[in-house]
Design a binder for this molecule. Structure first.
Ligand code: ZN
Length: 510
């Protein structure tokens, strides 16, 4: 049995926690500025906002990397408080050390420069996308790629430079491992998508493009989000062009969505998606806010929560057995002549398309593979930014069999790279894989989930996720958490089983 921690250790641990919570205060202010930037900020305010964000990023970095933190961590390293890496104190110490070491390797000037360029880059990207003008965005992206390469070099890596960037979003993940798993997924996905494309069966898509008044979509979306467990006392939904979820405090988790009065599924599924993120954040232990035991594990695990509610629940037939009568009541004429089966098929239409955020469950991961491969090539300096649009179009031809008619619907469609989020895209696919694996396990533990959804019962699944995922904070790294929950390593199998089970009857193949 390890010796009990002495009072010096205990004091040091508490000082470390107080410091981490202070950093979280600053972080939450930065999140608030970021939320405002993406929902309300007038264009002329962008320059000063970039200064605010850059100043705060520098301040946060300074606090995070204070030499004192290193001394506290060194003192605690051999203390009994650090002995169990998955205990509350052990996990806090392990993760704070990990974060500290990563941050301490980055020069403050680099952190500030990336933060400043991220704000300006996003503004220029938005203009370039609108004007379909990649050359306008190109110099910004060139600067960003250069800075991210510097970041990777400063942090260091064992196998490939991309590892250092991926690690920020998916701690502990290795590029080559992720690439191997996703390659296996692709091998089975491409023929599945081809099989679907060859099917003569097609849903009636016109039913989704009728008149769906925005205010009714809004109230329907709110009801659905509340039903799956998003807490509006600790959250809100605003409108933006690029939906996201942002946590501004332990009891303030905000979502955004976008409405199109002539397309019903857009806002609803993005609301369910972001609500999935929100439910995770709201389910973290709020008394540990600012400490690793009160933080999400990784973006991959985060995405597993959003994709589970959006797709595995929200696009299931059982979900609509419950919600379709309500949708009919809400939207009246638009759905009057539509059957549940018509509607269910329409929201599960699979076809190669150009826009990632509008793509279906089956082709989605092919969009991710395009981005994952291109950003690795950019970071490795195997691809010049100037050649990116052509490389993008080539990959779309190759994986999806279609080519964007312009860059707005191609390489300019995503905000990520402009904001410096390079190494982020593969976490979307990891999320899909983890979601399918966890969902299989939940069904094994809880019984017939469809029967629950059919009756509007979403609490058992949400509570299962709360216990197994949300309440754990960062006690286990993503792959280990998933393995503990499901007993399986990361794999494409569960997702492929789900896709086949769902789409074979819809499209009429074995
Ligand atoms: Zn998401």
């Amino acid at each position: 049995m390890p010796a009990p921690p002495n009072s010096t250790n205990q004091n040091t641990y508490e000082r470390l926690c107080t410091h981490a919570r202070e950093v979280a205060l600053l972080d939450s202010m930065q999140s608030l500025l970021g939320w405002d930037e993406r929902t309300k900020l007038p264009p002329a305010g962008a320059d000063y906002r970039a200064e605010q964000m850059s100043y705060l990023a520098g301040l946060i970095h300074q606090r995070q990397t204070a030499p004192q933190v290193g001394e506290w961590l060194a003192e605690l390293a051999d203390s009994p408080l650090a002995a169990g890496p998955h205990s509350e104190t052990g996990s806090d110490i392990f993760n704070l050390k990990r974060d500290y070491e990563r941050k301490a390797k980055l020069p403050q000037s680099l952190v500030e420069e990336i933060a400043r360029l991220a704000v300006l880059g996003q503004q220029v990207w938005a203009e370039a996308r609108k004007a379909n003008d990649f050359p306008k965005f190109q110099p910004m992206l060139e600067r960003m790629v250069k800075l991210k390469r510097q970041e990777a070099a400063a942090i260091g890596y064992e196998e490939v430079a991309y590892d250092a960037l991926l690690d920020e979003y998916e701690p502990g993940a290795r590029t080559l491992h992720v690439a191997e798993v996703l390659a296996k997924l692709r091998e089975q996905l491409v023929p599945l998508v081809a099989e679907i494309a060859a099917s003569p069966r097609r849903p009636r898509l016109d039913v989704l493009h009728r008149h769906y008044p925005v205010d009714m979509q809004e109230s329907f979306g709110r009801r659905a989000a509340a039903a799956i467990g998003y807490d509006f006392d600790a959250g809100r939904i605003d409108v933006t062009s690029h939906p996201f979820c942002s946590t501004l405090g332990p009891r303030d988790v905000r979502l955004t969505t976008r409405y199109d009065k002539h397309f019903f599924p857009g806002a609803l599924f993005s609301t369910l998606h972001e609500a999935g993120h929100g439910i995770y954040e709201q389910g973290l232990p709020s008394d540990r806010y600012g400490l690793p035991t009160g933080q999400a594990v990784s973006l991959g695990i985060h995405e597993s929560q959003s994709r589970m509610w959006e797709n595995l629940v929200g696009r299931s037939r059982a979900f609509w057995e419950y919600f379709f009568p309500e949708a009919r009541k809400t939207f009246g004429d638009a759905l009057a002549d539509v059957s549940l089966d018509d509607f269910y098929f329409a929201i599960n239409d699979v076809r190669p398309s150009l826009i990632r955020t509008e793509s279906d469950e089956a082709t989605y991961n092919l969009h991710i593979l395009v981005r994952f491969e291109l950003e690795q090539a950019l970071v490795d300096d195997e691809l010049r930014v100037a050649d990116l649009p052509a490389a993008w179009n080539e990959k779309y031809r190759h994986y999806l069999g279609i080519e964007p008619p312009n860059d707005s619907e191609g390489v300019l469609q995503d905000v990520h790279w402009s904001g410096g989020a390079i190494g982020y895209f593969p976490t979307y696919s990891l999320g899909n894989l983890y979601a399918a694996q966890m969902f299989e396990q939940a069904a094994e533990d809880l019984g017939d989930l469809n029967d629950m959804f059919r009756h509007g019962e979403f609490t058992p699944l949400r509570e299962w996720l709360r216990t197994n995922v949300h309440a754990q904070g960062r006690r286990y790294p993503a792959t280990e958490l998933a393995r503990r929950i499901t007993g399986q390593p990361l794999s494409h199998d569960a997702l492929m089983r789900h896709l086949r089970r769902k789409f074979a009857p819809l499209y009429g193949f074995e």
